[in-house]
Structure formats: C-alpha cells, structure tokens
Design a protein around this ligand. Structure first.
Ligand code: ADP
Length: 546
C-alpha cells in the first residue's frame, strides 16, 4: 500500500492551487465591480445611448431572471437575432452566466439556413431587434422549438405571433440574480459557420474556452485590449463572437462602442468622429469601403484596426497607413478557433523598412494555439516558409467536434483540419495561400487565387478583384479574374494582364477576364466565389478572353 502511494506520488505531485472554475460568471463579476464606470455606447438614429458596465451588469441580471421565469434552464439555448448593441452585450453576459447557451444568429443568412440553425440549435427563446423582426417573421412558422420571442425596440413584429417586449421583461425583475454553479466545460455560447458548402455547422464554445481566449485577446502579443481602450465593434457579434472583443473589453474595462446597423462608410466615419474609439476590428470589405468612400474621415483616435476573415490585401494596409495614418493588423482564424489563432505582429529586430513585408503576412501563431501543416497523406511538413500544406490547429479554444454533426473528415488525430492551405516560417509566421476549395489547379500545379487578387487590388484602377478557377480543356482549370473598376477610373483586360505579368509567374496570369459592378459577398462580407463560379457556369458573365 505504502509503496503504491509512493509510486503514485513519484508520478504526480499534487498541486496546491485552487481548482477555480474558468467561467464567464467570473468575467461578469470582474467587469461589473472593477470596471463599474467603464461605458457602453450604442449608436442610433436618435443619437448615442450610454450606459456604465455597472448598469449593463444589473440589466444582465434582470435578463437572466426573466429568461429563468420563461423556463430557460441550464443547457437550454437562447438565440439572439440582433445588431451590435447594448442588449446584445447583456445577452452575452446573462445567458452563459445563468448556465444557458447564447446562440448568436447570423442576421444575413438565407431564410432556409436561418430556420435550419434555429431548429438545429433547438433555441427555446429568441431575442430579436424590432428593425429586423420581419426577417424572422418569414420563417416563424418553421421554428418549432421556439417558445418565446423577446423584441428589442419598436417596429413591425407582425408575423411573429405573440411577443414580449425586452424592456418590459427586464422591468419586471430586479438585479442580483442568483447564478447557479456552472461547469467550465459546459457550453456557454454557440455560433454556426456560414455554411459555404452544405448546411452550417455548429461550434459550441465552453466557458473555459471563452475565458482563455478572451484573455488572450487582451494580451499585448495580440490585440492588447486594456482599460485605456475604447473598442468600436464593427465585426458583428454573430460573426465568431465578434472575435472575442466584447468579452476582452469587459475583462479590462475598455469602453465599447456599438454601431448597430450603421456600418456603411459615412455613418461609420461619423461614429468614429463622435466617439473617438482607439481600436476596432473589421473584415477587409468594410475597410475597403471606408478607404474609398470616406477618405477624408478623421480616424486619428484609432491606435489600430484588426482585420481578418479573408486575406488582407497589401494595398489596403498601405492605403490605411497613407490615408488615415492608422495601422491595420492582419489576423487569421475561423469560427472553429474562437476565432483568434494568429496575428501579424512584426518580429523584434525587424528593420523598419521591412516591417510591411511582415504585416502583409497572415500572422504569427498566438500563445495557446498549436499548428502544423500536413500534406495530402496527413504527414507533417517542415516550417521552412516553403512547404505548402493543409493547416491544422489544436488548443484549448479550438473546436474538437461540431454540435450534433460528427464530420470526422474535419479532424485528424485531435487536430482541426482548417481547410486552409499555406506555409509556415521557422518563426511561426503563417502564410495562407488559399482555401483548399478556392485554390486553382492548373495542369497539376497550384495557383493562389488570394495572391492574384492581392496583386490586382494593388492596381490603382481596381476597386475589388476576385479570382476563381474555371474549367479549362487543356489545363483542367484556369484562373478567371472578376474585376470591379474603381469609380471614375478605367482599366481593360490587356492593361491588367500586363500589370500582373510583371508581378506573378507568367503561367498564373488569367486569360479570362470579366468586369462586374460588385463582387458578391457572403453573409459575413467575404467574397462569395461559389456565386461567381455559378454565374460563370450559367453564362451570366461577359467574359473577355485574351
Ligand atoms: P466562413 O468559413 O463561413 O467564411 P469564418 O469566418 O469562420 O467563416 O471563416 C474562416 C476562414 O476565413 C478561414 O478558414 C480562412 O479561410 C479565412 N480567413 C480568415 N482570416 C484570414 C486571413 N487573414 N487570411 C486569409 N484567410 C483568412
């Protein structure tokens, strides 16, 4: 017996640390007390509404009590169909802390996909903004699981059946909700991927993963969110939890500015001028819009903008440096990675003249995330900056499975297969060359659609450019460039071909060119290449062949 005990103690020395649960309840308590005076600003047509963290926390308590009164129990899902606003933050805080699961619904999904995710998530209650209630009303009849709908604000709620008013249900409760004990491994929130192929897949974040990821967002190695910051949440709170920024702000007492639906260049410029945020996050499409349609805006309050969701063109980073004097920092991740996995922080000792060469890369691996690249057989490849393979990741905020959807093809030996193809430098800097499904296979060799797009978008007459693979008799597949010409500019296929020929390998240069008014976008604002491929297949595009 004694020898067994001795043998055990030789293997593991017991820790004397507290087994303190990593839950969002702790986060809620911290922000409401330590940062009681920090503020949340919500922009609307009527002006800016301000509330302190203490007030928001009290309202979160009331929301938790109201949801419990409606029958929400630990483990139940509550959907949010909301813009970025104070009510959405209250839902972020209340729902996980009461042990239920916050299900952020993408307000831009097609009706059938929206019905699918609400039903698949089995949401019992949905909190909806009155301004977009008609979008939910279209599918109300199909939402068999939804027992109650709570409406924020005033608007047309016909078609939703019986509803409750958000302010009324909160007014009926008092602050000081007795949150039950929750397990750090239990689901706290869920997000569905936007479902580029097949049905969207659900990712359920645990309390623990949110706790760790949101602190990583505060790290100086990533966004460095801190109490001197004022965050402008442009990235929707339904897009991978707004990249962890709401919780990072709550931990640290950074003020939070909520722009609601005012996401076009002109109102964004107004919001920035009036609220003077220090840090923001947005996909390239939104920043491109600011650069082209609000070049005279005053963005001087911003110390930086994090940009990701798709490759960030060099021209965009340079454009922001030159026009606004605001550094755009590229980050990489996905819904499945909470989402932050890598961020392009310039390695120390870099000659300032070469900094841009690092900033345009995808990003350096964050502490807390492990990464490997694998060839088609699943063999790990070297980090030599050259070998290209599928990127696989693992770590405490990386998903290990999808919600009620096994998808074994998405995992390998405990690693998540990201579907992104790229290389890694010896110093952990990742370079994504393409999504596996977008890479163009010409005569058995790979062409990166992302590289071609980035080069094209560097041309002064090009506003946007998407490159897709199209069938080709000789080479199987060849790139086709779909170009949006900048306002007031002109460019033809031959000019652009010559421009590209100086910048990429000759055999990469597309023969097929089409000029379009706008690149179709996905529900989270990325280039929707499957729509372009379909338009080409249907003969809807006018194509110039050179
Ligand atoms: P969806 O898969 O529906 O687009 P996500 O936002 O989860 O939704 O997308 C994650 C994907 O976005 C990544 O797998 C990658 O292909 C792409 N992505 C994100 N950030 C970058 C980046 N900095 N560079 C290139 N691609 C990126």
């Amino acid at each position: 017996m004694l020898s067994t005990l001795l043998a055990m103690s030789a293997i593991v020395t017991p820790s004397t640390m507290q087994d303190f649960p990593l839950t969002t309840q702790h986060l809620l308590r911290h922000g409401r007390t330590v940062h009681a005076e920090a503020q949340v600003f919500t922009y609307s047509a009527e002006g800016i509404h301000a509330a302190t963290f203490a007030e928001v926390a009290d309202r979160a308590d009331r929301l938790a009590a109201a949801l419990a009164r409606l029958g929400i129990e630990p483990g139940d899902r509550v959907g949010t169909f909301l813009w970025n606003n104070q009510a959405h933050l209250e839902a972020y805080l209340a729902i996980p802390a009461m042990g239920a699961v916050l299900h952020t619904l993408n307000i831009r999904l097609f009706p059938e996909q929206l019905a699918y995710v609400v039903n698949h998530g089995n949401d019992k209650v949905v909190i909806v903004d009155a301004s977009i209630a008609p979008l939910l009303a279209r599918i109300r009849g199909e939402l068999t699981c939804v027992e109650h709908i709570i409406v924020v604000g005033e608007g047309d709620t016909s078609g939703l059946g019986e509803t409750l008013a958000y302010e009324d249900v909160l007014a009926a409760e008092t602050p000081g909700y007795a949150y039950p004990e929750v397990d750090e491994r239990a689901a706290a929130a869920m997000c569905y991927t936007s479902g580029t192929t097949g049905n969207p897949k659900g990712v359920a974040y645990s309390h623990r993963s949110i706790w760790l990821h949101s602190l990583a967002v505060t790290s100086a190695q990533s966004l460095g969110v801190n109490h001197s910051d004022r965050l402008l949440l442009i990235v929707p709170m339904f897009h991978a939890m707004a990249w962890g920024m709401p919780f990072a702000g709550w931990w640290t007492g950074a003020d939070i500015v909520m722009p609601q639906q005012f996401l076009q260049a002109a109102p964004l410029a107004d919001i920035i001028r009036e609220t003077r945020p220090t840090l923001s996050g947005a996909v390239p499409t939104v920043l491109n819009d600011l650069l082209h349609n609000a070049a005279d805006a005053d963005l001087s309050s911003l110390r930086g903008i994090v940009c990701g969701g798709s490759a960030v063109p060099r021209s965009l980073i340079e454009g922001f440096d030159r026009t606004f004097g605001v550094p755009v920092t590229q980050a990489w991740g996905m819904t499945e990675t909470s989402p932050l996995a890598a961020i392009a922080s310039v390695p120390k000792g870099t000659d300032p003249a070469n900094e841009l060469d690092w900033r345009v890369r995808t990003g350096r691996l964050l502490p807390g995330v492990e990464l490997r690249i694998c060839d088609d057989d699943g063999t790990a490849l070297p980090w030599d900056g050259k070998a290209q393979g599928e990127i696989q990741v693992r770590g405490p905020w990386i998903t290990a499975s999808y919600y009620l959807d096994p998808a074994p093809e998405k995992f390998q030996e405990g690693w998540l297969r990201t579907g992104d193809v790229g290389s890694v430098e010896p110093n952990g800097f990742v370079q994504i060359s393409d999504r596996a499904k977008d890479v163009i296979k010409s005569g058995g060799e790979w062409i990166s659609s992302v590289d071609l797009e980035n080069e094209l978008m560097g041309h002064p007459s090009v506003r946007e450019a998407a490159v897709v693979g199209v069938p080709d008799d000789r080479w199987d597949e060849r790139p086709m460039a779909c170009v949006v010409v900048a306002e007031g500019a002109s460019a033809d296929a031959a000019d652009l071909r010559d421009y590209l020929s100086d910048r990429v390998a000759k055999w990469w240069v597309p023969e097929r060119w089409t000029f379009i008014d706008e690149v179709p976008k996905t529900s989270v604002g990325k280039f929707d290449k499957k729509v372009l491929r379909a338009h080409y297949a249907d003969g809807q595009l006018t194509v110039v062949e050179l």
